[in-house]
Design a protein around this ligand. Structure first.
Ligand code: ATP
Ligand code: MG
Length: 324
């Protein structure tokens, strides 16, 4: 059933919707609404404004999109089944796992944001290893894929952490696919390559983007470009969410922000929460330096978890509850 649904939604294009021609479709695409799912969850009023069509046509298009995606009711057993398929990848710190409700979840996007050195990339290294562990050890018995936008992936660090866990470092490295993204276009393009890897049958359960926002930030500067940047980020996030949903994959992305909380809340990536739809959950975690070399993680904006904080450490062995 899930497979069938995925296949169908991928086969349909915006222009398959009644009243949506090529011009309207490209208008929507450049607005970040390039897939049926994003249309299906819009209000007729919004779609009408966005695509410059009447509300009646918009209503029909939305209804058709919902039908094509079979976005009707599913009985609760189906829903439960989907939830049961969700895997939780251990971060190496029980405190951090608890904060996350068990670990980094598949079929969801987990975003860490914080200042430089707060631990965003270290967590990425740790979970790229841990996803490979068997299920009973907090893994997904699977591989990771990593889009590196700033050249901060460190294979040596993977080796060091893997050895500390008694794993074969070479084998561990082999199970991580890494690509360097040189600009935001390239970053977006690489998402398609990830889809190809999955289609080829690679058992990928973790998709890391470190950093999600750096290129966008560097390329789209100035007030006038903010809307443009936001649209492109939204579109990018949508395609990530689709991968997470369709393949039961965990997305982990990082986002550097200044230590100033005013900047943090003004950050356009807050739209993540606003745009992600369906039964997918999103976790945003704010990281900062704590006392005595610790790091503090704070859960912000979770659909089902309380706003809580925890402490963990970046140790030579990896992410841990304490320094040995
Ligand atoms: N081998 C190691 N042993 C112990 N601690 C380490 C090791 N490597 C890195 N760290 C810790 O990790 C910190 C860097 O964290 P990380 O690279 O995750 O930051 P970040 O949040 O990704 O920052 P940025 O925004 O600059 O990318 C270092 O300051 C150090 O405290
Ligand atoms: Mg980093």
């Amino acid at each position: 059933m899930a497979k069938e649904k995925k296949k169908e939604s991928e086969e349909f294009k915006l222009t398959d919707l009644p009243g949506i021609g090529a011009t309207t479709a490209s208008k929507l695409e450049s607005g970040g609404y390039g897939d049926l799912m994003s249309i299906a969850v819009m209000t007729p009023k919004d779609l009408s404004a966005m695509a410059d069509i009447s509300e009646t046509i918009a209503r029909k298009a939305i209804a058709a999109a919902r039908k094509m995606l079979r976005l009707d009711f599913e009985d609760a057993t189906q829903y439960l089944k989907k939830r049961q398929e969700v895997l939780k990848i251990t971060t190496g710190s029980q405190n951090l796992n608890n904060l996350l409700g068990g670990g980094i979840e598949t079929r969801a996007i987990t975003e860490t944001f914080g200042a430089f050195g707060s631990g965003k990339s270290q967590i990425a290294h740790q979970i790229a290893i841990n996803v490979q562990l068997p299920l009973e050890q907090g893994g997904a018995n699977a591989k990771a894929v990593w889009i590196d936008t700033e050249g901060t992936f460190r294979p040596e660090r993977i080796k060091q952490m893997a050895e500390a866990q008694g794993l074969d470092p070479e084998k561990t490295l082999k199970n991580i696919f890494v690509a360097r993204a040189f600009n935001s276009d390239h970053q977006i393009l690489l998402v398609d390559r990830v889809k190809d890897l999955i289609k080829r049958g690679e058992p990928i359960k973790l998709f890391i983007i470190d950093s999600m926002t750096a290129h966008f930030r560097a390329e789209f500067t100035g007030r006038g470009m903010l809307a443009d940047r936001q649209q492109r980020i939204n579109r990018h996030l949508h395609s990530l969410m689709r991968i997470a949903e369709a393949n039961n994959v965990a997305i982990y992305m990082t986002n550097q922000v200044m230590a100033n909380p005013a900047v943090m809340f003004g950050d356009p990536t807050t739209a993540i929460g606003g745009h992600i739809v369906g039964h997918a959950s999103t976790y945003r975690i704010y990281l900062r330096r704590g006392r005595k070399g610790s790091r503090v993680a704070k859960m912000v904006d979770s659909p089902n978890l309380p706003e809580a904080e925890c402490i963990f450490y970046l140790t030579e062995q990896g992410i841990r509850d304490e320094i040995k």
